[in-house]
Design a protein around this ligand. Structure first.
Ligand code: RBF
Length: 164
């Protein structure tokens, strides 16, 4: 996997803007909740670390990763968010639907970025095994939730800078 050599929780704090005053939507898939809850906690803690108020982290759950796109679109329609994170896990070795779901959610999230001119972040793990998922949900390779939150903050700050 491409993240095998990268710890997802390692970043240069000095290169991350303050997220105070920013409002984030987080859509969480209910499949493999052991993993998705850990990813959500990583994202939440990272937002808080960089100054986001607890009340400005709005979470909504959806049944599976396939539904992340519509969940994010419904949040985007409210025009209340600086960025939205989609959190899910699709494990290749356990899911015949792997290609179908990953293709759909990847394309769906890409479309939302463009349709709403809003950062909608792909916080979806697509490992081969459950162990690889655990390794990236607070394990030896860090937490993809942290990485997704850092990406959301950076993109929200870029949008604010260029639009103001
Ligand atoms: N959703 C996930 O988020 N991760 C999965 O690994 C996953 N595997 C699935 C495997 C099968 C065979 C099916 C039918 C669904 C799976 N889903 C998974 C759920 C999917 O994203 C969506 O919620 C359902 O297909 C809606 O009926």
């Amino acid at each position: 996997m491409s993240s095998a050599l990268k710890n997802l929780s390692h970043y240069d704090s000095n290169a991350v803007p303050s997220s105070a005053g920013m409002r984030f939507g987080v859509v969480v898939s209910e499949w493999n909740t052991e993993i998705t809850e850990a990813l959500f906690e990583g994202a939440r803690n990272t937002f808080l670390k960089f100054g986001t108020a607890e009340a400005d982290i709005i979470r909504r759950d959806v049944p599976g990763s396939f539904e992340l796109t519509l969940g994010a679109q419904l949040l985007a329609e409210t025009e209340q968010f600086d960025a939205i994170i989609c959190i899910g896990v699709v494990i290749q070795g356990e899911t015949k639907h792997f290609d179908f779901i990953c293709e759909a959610v990847g394309q769906g999230i890409t479309n939302l970025n463009i349709k709403y001119n809003l950062p909608v972040i792909f916080g979806v793990l697509t490992p081969n095994t459950m162990q690889q998922a655990l390794d990236r949900a607070g394990g030896v390779h860090g937490n993809k939730g942290d990485e997704a939150a850092i990406t959301a903050i950076k993109m929200a700050a870029l949008k604010r800078e260029l639009e103001n």
